[in-house]
Design a protein around this ligand. Structure first.
Ligand code: FES
Ligand code: FES
Length: 164
């Protein structure tokens, strides 16, 4: 049997510099959940389809089930635990609650993470653009209508703030 290759990785996770020994073949999703012990990143399909495992790497959404933990070395990772504390993350959570934009909640961390990036970069997005941005995040419960309403409300409220 071949020896398991172990690699030292350095990364910033939710604002904290950290160093770990990881198996070279370990996915970023498994690493975050099993080794770092932060469980907000969900694992659904494990092959890049559902978006439940989405995290931000250097500010860009990535599928952590398809990324290796070693590939995150030297980078900054923000999981839903970090997103939820950002001002935009808090506004999204509030509107998700007000619009009943979740049911079982399994998809929600990935969707909030994806939308936090999207709203920050597309502050004037239309409903069609929101739908397009959500196309990589599967939700089996809601039918998406209330999710889109919640994201639209965040975008509208940011416009209102800008006018004040
Ligand atoms: S678990 Fe990663 S995309 Fe589904
Ligand atoms: S709320 Fe259940 S999968 Fe989206």
């Amino acid at each position: 049997m071949e020896p398991i290759s172990v690699v030292t990785v350095d990364m910033i996770i939710n604002g904290r510099p950290q160093q770990y020994e990881v198996e070279a073949r370990q996915s970023l999703a498994d690493f975050l959940r099993d080794q770092v012990g932060i469980l907000g990143t969900h694992i659904g399909c494990e092959h890049g389809v559902c978006g439940a495992c989405t995290v931000l790497m250097d500010g860009v959404p990535v599928r952590s089930c398809l990324s290796l933990a070693v590939s995150a070395s030297g980078h900054e990772i923000v999981t839903i635990e970090g997103v939820k504390d950002l001002p935009l993350g808090q506004r999204l959570q509030q509107e998700f609650l007000e619009h009943h934009a979740l049911q079982c909640g399994f998809c929600t961390p990935g969707i909030l993470t994806t939308m936090a990036h999207f709203v920050a970069h597309y502050p004037k997005a239309t409903e069609e653009e929101i739908r397009d941005a959500l196309s990589g995040n599967l939700c089996r419960c809601t039918g998406y209508h209330n999710i889109i309403a919640a994201v639209s409300a965040v975008i509208s409220s940011r416009h209102d703030d800008a006018k004040r």
